[in-house]
Design a protein around this ligand. Structure first.
Ligand SMILES: [Zn+2]
Length: 335
């Protein structure tokens, strides 16, 4: 497998440079890629994971406040919502939010959208949940890594694609930034989206899902790594594209330890990408591992490794860029 990477990578770079100047290496790509900074990620995350957001429990005022901050930022960067929605909100009714501990109040998925230039009907979905577990006995569970890190990564990725668009190099396919609710109660916001998709699932090319990318686990601390889960489950091309993009850009250690549906941790089923995968849509789930502050009130913004968060966010942006701009849509040939 590894020996094939170099020819594949050269092939990717040559085609994209010659025909479109879109691929990794092009100057529009490079400017956008470098616009994703540790400073911006940090600025957003200190707000998203502040005590003011009360741990972002599904349906709570704190979660809604975090949502309003995200929407204000999308407005500022000039990134709108899907045409089919009246706003950035996809209302998720209480009936669809029956969690492990009973019914939750009404809540919202938040959707930002960048329309593709050439194939606008084909959509790349990049997702992260913005709910967390709230406040218990007066202690706020800030959820900086889970999943404040994915939330702010989506905002930076959106800004990078918008910058490319402003530079005349917008993506060929459309990009949907999908901030889902209700994840901590059983992947409920993404389930609702998959059952009520704003863009037909048949036109949904891929889901890149981010859930915890700002920390390290004891096994990998000190190295530049990320767990990539599910990339070869449904498409024979996706893992190759992911690896070639990584080799041409960030050169992280892509760790496949959990990339096994029979792994005891069952991570393939444990975050929002699963609601896409079960519908036959290829996915990659990006994850940093289980660490000591997982689901503890100490999952705070000051414990995030912002340089590593930047590197992982840049890799996911580059992968989305390749998937959005390559000539042929990837296929789910392993259904
Ligand atoms: Zn999570």
């Amino acid at each position: 497998m590894k020996k094939l990477l170099v020819p594949l990578l050269l092939g990717l770079m040559l085609t994209s440079c010659k025909t479109t100047q879109h691929g990794p290496g092009g100057s529009a790509f490079q400017k956008s890629y470098e616009s994703i900074t540790a400073e911006d990620l940090k600025k957003h995350l200190y707000i998203i994971a502040s005590d003011e957001m009360e741990g972002r429990e599904t349906g709570s005022e704190g979660q809604k406040k975090a949502g309003r901050y995200m929407i204000d930022e999308y407005r500022k960067m000039g990134v709108s919502h899907p045409d089919a929605l009246a706003s950035y909100y996809q209302h998720v009714p209480s009936e669809a939010l029956r969690g492990r501990r009973g019914n939750l109040p009404d809540s919202e998925n938040i959707l930002a959208f960048i329309k593709g230039n050439e194939k606008p009907d084909e959509v790349i979905v990049i997702s992260a949940h913005y709910d967390h577990v709230g406040t218990r006995n007066g202690v706020v569970y800030n959820g900086a890594d889970d999943d404040g890190s994915g939330t702010v990564a989506l905002m930076e990725i959106a800004e990078a694609f918008k910058l490319a668009k402003n530079n005349g190099r917008g993506p060929k396919r459309s990009i949907l930034l999908l901030h889902v609710t209700g994840e901590e109660h059983g992947l409920l916001g993404s389930k609702y989206y998959a059952e009520n998709p704003v863009y037909p699932l048949a036109n949904t090319v891929v889901n890149l899902n981010i859930d915890m990318i700002g920390r390290c686990d004891p096994e990998n601390c000190g190295t530049d790594y990320v767990y990539a889960i599910g990339s070869e489950m449904l498409s024979s091309e996706l893992k190759q594209i992911s690896e070639a993009t990584n080799a041409a850009t960030q050169k992280l250690n892509l760790n496949y330890r959990y990339d096994d549906p029979n792994d005891p941790q069952q991570l393939y089923y444990r975050s929002d990408h699963y609601n896409f995968a079960k519908n036959g849509i290829p996915v990659i789930f990006y994850f940093d591992g289980i660490h000591e502050d997982y689901h503890k009130p100490t999952d705070d913004a000051d414990k995030i490794d912002y340089e590593l968060l930047k590197k992982r966010t840049r890799l996911i942006f580059a992968t989305a860029w390749e998937l959005a701009n390559r000539d042929a849509r990837i296929t789910a040939d392993r259904k």
